[in-house]
Design a protein around this ligand. Structure first.
Ligand code: NOJ
Length: 765
C-alpha cells in the first residue's frame, strides 16, 4: 500500500454515501390530519369491524401452507377483511374494492399487498445483487420504478424490503437481502423505504413498504429456512436490529413478523421485540403484519395449545394483522369481550392500519384506472434502468492476464470464434431469480441472444452448446461442448444455480456448482482455451477450483430482464464491473458461518493489529486442520478494469474524548488518497473499517463504518474524506447502553475488508 506520487489532490467530488444520506423522510403517520380522521372512524367501529381490519386473506396465489376460508366473499362484503394479498391486476383490485365499499357499513377500503421484491413487471437484479452495487440511489430508483408499476394495478403495499442480516450462504433467502453487514443493511433499508414510499405516501404512485422479517430470521441455524435462532441481546441490537431501526426512522409504514423463534420465543409472539423495542424504544406508529400463517405456527412451535391462545399471544405481543392464519377474526372478539385482550390493544392495532390506509389516500381514491396490461418493452426507460442496475451489480472476481493482457474486457477481433457453453447461457426463466412477481420470462433477454447480436456486429463467430443441465438431467451435449471449446478462440462459460434454488425454503447444504457443471468446467479448462466464467447465483457459491484456475470470473447473480445486454456490455468493456461483495464467499461449506465482522477470539489465526506481546501460534489457534481460515473472497471485494493505489489513512487527531463523542460534540476526520494507476477510467469503492480494543465488551475484527464510490480517470487521484462520530463509534456495551467507550481505535481505509494497514487513535474518557 505504498503511496508515493505527486499529484494535484482533487478534493473528493465523490458520491457520498452515509447512513443519513438523502433528505430526511417525514414520518408518514405523524400527520395530525390523518390522526384526526383515524379517531373519528375508530369511534364508530364495532369490535367485529375493528377485528375485521386485522384480517388478511390471499387472493388465491399461495406462498405458504394453504388455509382455506370458505366464506371469503361474504367476509369482504361485510368489512371483515382489512387487506388482501396477491391480487395483481387493476381489474381484480377494483372488484374486491367495490365489494367492500358497496357492501359494508363503514366502507373502509382494502389495502392490497404483494411481494414486489425486485420489481413488479420490469424485473431488476435480485436484492443481493443490487446490494453489490453499494449504490443506494440505484436501489431507490428501482424501488420507485416498481412502486409506479405496482400502484397502477391497485397494489399499494409491498412486502419489501427484506433487511435480514444473513451470515450463512446456505440460507436461500440471502438472495433477498443486502448481505451480512449491518451498516450496509441500514443504508439499503432507508433506500428501499424512500424508493417505495417517496416523500408523500398519498401520491398515487407511492406504495407502503414492509420491513421484514422482524427479527433474526437470517440467523437460522444451519441455514435451514424457518429454523431456530439463538441471538444474544447484544448481537441482536448490534447486528440484526439496526436495519429495522433505520427503516422505522425512515418512516416505514409496516413490518412483518418472522417465522423463527428467538431465544425460545417465536418472533411472531415476541413482546420484547414487537412491543418493547419496536413501539417502546423506536416509537413505531404503523402496523405489524404476521408472516404467512405465522400466528397459527406458534402452536407448532409449542407455545400455545389452542387457536384462541395462539391469537391472544401473538396479538398481545404486538402482531396487528394476521396473514392467512385466520385466527384473529374468529377469536379476538370474544377475547376482548372477556377482558383477556384489552380494548386499548385492539384500538392500537386498528389505529396503525387505518393510519396507513389514510396516509395512502385510499379513502379518497380507492380505485385505480383499468388499463390494458403494459409490457416492460413499452417503457425503454424502465429497461434502461434494469440494464444499468444489472451492470452495477456484477462483481469481477478474477481477471488474470492471458498472453500478457487481462482477459477482460474481451478484445474485438473480427473472424474470431467464441464458444458459449453452459446451461445458463440461454435460460430466460433463470435470469429472473427468486420472487419474480408477475414478471415473465419471455421479457428476459439471455446472454446467448445478446452475444449473438454483438458478435454479428463485431464480425465474430459464435457457437452455443449447453453441455449439461443445471442440476441432474442429461449431459447429452457434454462432449460436443468440449469439442466446441477446443475449436474456438475463447470460451464463455455460463454456469451456476437454478434461479429458484435461492429464496424461501431453498436452503442448500452444498453451495458448489450443482449437477455436473464442475466436471464441465474442468473439461473445458483442459482444452487450454482462455475461459471467462459467468456465474449466476442467488448466494455466494464455493468455487475453489474455479478461483484457482479460471482466468476471468464474473459474478452475475440473477440479473433480471436485461441480463444479456448488461453482460455483453460488461464483457466487451462498454461498462466496467464495479460491484463489491456484500456477503463473504467461503472456500468450502465447512467454513460457514464465515463473516467479516466476527469477534477476534483469544486465539486468532492472524490478528492484523498484533497480539500485544503474544506470538501468533501456528497450531493452538481457531480454525480447521483441513481448511484455511480465510475466505475465498472477502466482504467488500471486487475488481474492475483498472487498478487503484491507496495512501496510508490520516486522522485529524491522535486522541478524542468518548464523552464528547457521546454528546455529539466530537468527530474524527479520516482521509486517504486514492489513485487510479491503470489506463482506463474506473469506479473504486473506498471503504473505511474500524476496530476498537480496550472496551467493556469485545468488538469485531473489522466493522464497515463508511464508504465512498469515487470515479477516477487514468492517473487521477482524489482525497477521500470520512467522519467518525457517535453514529459510527457507539455500540451496545456491557450495561446494554448504546455509547462510545474509551479504548484504542484502529482505522483502515482499504479496497475491501481484508486489506490495508490501520492507523491508531486513542479514545479517552
Ligand atoms: C412468506 C414469506 O416469508 C414472506 O417474505 C412473504 O412476504 C409472504 N410469504 C407473503 O408472500
Amino acid at each position: 500500500m505504498s503511496f508515493a506520487f505527486r499529484s494535484v489532490i482533487v478534493f473528493a467530488a465523490v458520491c457520498l454515501v452515509s447512513r443519513s444520506s438523502g433528505a430526511p423522510t417525514p414520518v408518514a403517520f405523524a400527520s395530525p390530519q390523518v390522526d384526526a380522521r383515524v379517531e373519528e372512524l375508530l369511534a364508530k367501529m364495532t369490535i367485529e369491524e375493528k377485528v375485521g381490519q386485522l384480517n388478511q386473506l390471499s387472493a388465491g396465489n399461495v406462498t405458504g401452507p394453504e388455509v382455506s376460508v370458505s366464506n371469503s366473499a361474504e367476509l369482504i362484503r361485510t368489512g371483515r377483511v382489512g387487506s388482501i394479498l396477491n391480487a395483481t391486476t387493476s381489474h381484480s383490485t377494483n372488484v374486491y374494492q367495490r365489494t367492500v365499499l358497496e357492501g359494508s357499513r363503514l366502507k373502509i377500503p382494502i389495502l392490497f399487498g404483494l411481494d414486489v421484491i425486485h420489481g413488479f413487471r420490469t424485473l431488476f437484479p435480485i436484492p443481493l445483487a443490487l446490494s453489490a452495487s453499494w449504490d443506494p440511489s440505484l436501489v431507490e430508483e428501482t424501488a420507485h420504478y416498481a412502486a409506479r408499476e405496482a400502484s397502477r394495478e391497485g397494489v399499494r403495499w409491498t412486502f419489501s424490503p427484506m433487511i435480514d442480516i444473513a451470515r450463512d450462504p446456505r440460507w436461500g433467502r440471502i438472495a433477498e437481502g443486502a448481505g451480512e453487514d449491518p451498516y450496509l443493511g441500514e443504508i439499503f433499508a432507508r433506500a428501499y423505504v424512500r424508493g417505495y414510499q417517496g416523500d408523500d405516501l398519498s401520491r398515487p404512485d407511492s406504495i407502503v413498504a414492509c420491513a421484514k422479517h422482524f427479527v433474526g430470521y437470517g440467523a437460522a441455524e444451519g441455514g435451514r429456512d424457518y429454523n431456530t435462532t439463538e441471538i444474544s441481546e447484544r448481537t441482536l441490537r448490534d447486528v440484526y436490529l439496526p436495519p429495522f431501526h433505520a427503516a422505522v426512522d425512515a418512516g416505514v409504514g409496516t413490518l412483518m413478523s418472522a417465522f423463527n423463534s428467538l431465544d425460545g420465543v417465536p418472533a411472531s409472539a415476541n413482546h420484547f421485540t414487537l412491543t418493547d423495542i419496536l413501539r417502546g424504544e423506536w416509537k413505531f406508529r404503523g402496523f405489524v403484519d404476521s408472516d404467512w400463517t405465522a400466528v397459527q405456527e406458534i402452536m407448532v412451535h409449542g407455545i400455545a395449545n389452542t387457536n384462541a391462545e395462539a391469537a391472544r399471544k401473538s396479538f398481545l405481543a404486538g402482531v396487528d394483522m394476521d396473514m392467512q392464519s385466520n385466527l384473529f377474526l374468529p377469536n379476538l372478539p370474544a377475547l376482548v369481550r372477556s377482558g383477556q385482550v384489552p380494548m386499548e390493544r385492539l384500538d392500537e392495532a386498528v389505529r396503525g392500519i387505518l393510519r396507513v390506509k389514510f396516509a395512502l389516500g385510499l379513502f379518497d381514491h380507492p380505485y385505480v384506472e383499468e388499463r390494458p396490461v403494459s409490457r416492460p418493452a413499452d417503457d425503454p426507460a424502465g429497461l434502461d434502468l434494469a440494464r444499468r442496475a444489472a451492470e452495477e451489480s456484477f462483481v469481477l472476481l478474477e481477471n488474470r492476464a492471458v498472453n500478457g493482457t487481462p482477459l477482460l474486457p474481451l478484445a474485438r477481433v473480427p473472424g474470431r470464434t467464441i464458444a458459449l457453453i453452459g446451461p445458463l447461457a440461454d435460460s430466460a426463466a433463470d435470469m429472473l431469480g427468486c420472487w419474480s412477481g408477475i414478471a415473465e420470462s419471455r421479457d428476459a433477454v439471455t446472454l446467448k441472444t445478446s452475444l449473438a447480436e454483438r458478435l454479428a456486429h463485431e464480425g465474430m463467430k459464435l457457437t452455443v452448446v449447453p453441455g449439461t443441465a443445471i442440476a441432474g438431467g442429461t449431459d447429452l451435449t457434454f462432449n460436443e461442448a468440449v469439442s466446441a471449446a477446443s475449436r474456438s478462440d475463447l470460451v464463455i462459460l455460463a454456469l451456476g444455480e437454478n434461479g429458484r434454488s435461492s429464496g424461501e425454503a431453498s436452503a442448500r447444504s452444498d453451495i458448489g456448482l450443482p449437477g455436473h457443471q464442475e466436471q464441465l468446467l474442468e473439461a473445458v479448462m483442459a482444452t487450454g482455451k482462455p475461459v471467462v466464467l459467468v456465474l449466476f447465483s442467488g448466494r455466494p457459491l464455493a468455487i475453489r477450483w474455479a478461483a484457482q484456475h479460471v482466468p476471468a470470473i464474473l459474478e452475475a447473480w440473477f440479473p433480471g430482464l436485461q441480463a444479456g445486454p448488461a453482460l455483453v456490455n460488461t464483457l466487451f468493456g462498454d461498462s466496467a464491473p464495479a460491484g463489491r461483495l456484500t456477503a463473504t464467499m467461503p472456500r468450502s461449506v465447512g467454513q460457514i458461518p464465515l463473516y467479516y465482522d466476527a469477534l477476534n477470539t483469544g486465539r486468532p489465526r492472524h490478528d492484523p493489529i498484533g497480539m500485544d506481546g503474544r506470538k501468533e501460534d501456528p497450531y493452538y489457534v481457531t480454525g480447521y486442520l483441513d481448511e484455511v481460515s480465510s475466505p475465498q473472497y472477502p466482504f467488500g471485494y471486487g475488481l474492475t478494469y483498472t487498478a487503484f493505489d491507496y495512501s496510508e489513512p490520516s486522522v485529524d487527531a491522535k486522541s478524542i474524548s468518548a464523552a464528547k463523542i457521546n454528546a455529539g460534540d466530537a468527530t474524527l476526520k479520516v482521509t486517504a488518497e486514492v489513485r487510479n494507476t491503470g489506463s482506463r477510467a474506473g469506479v473504486e469503492t473506498v471503504q473505511l473499517y474500524i476496530r476498537q480494543r480496550g472496551t467493556s465488551v469485545a468488538r469485531p475484527q473489522h466493522e464497515l463504518k463508511g464508504y465512498r464510490r469515487v470515479k477516477l480517470a487514468p492517473g487521477e487521484s482524489k482525497r477521500v474524506e470520512f467522519s467518525l462520530g457517535r453514529d459510527e463509534l457507539a455500540f451496545w456495551n456491557i450495561d446494554m447502553k448504546h455509547v462510545a467507550e474509551s479504548g484504542t481505535l484502529y482505522i483502515w481505509v482499504a479496497p475491501d475488508s481484508a486489506h490495508g494497514s490501520p492507523v491508531k487513535v486513542d479514545i479517552t474518557d
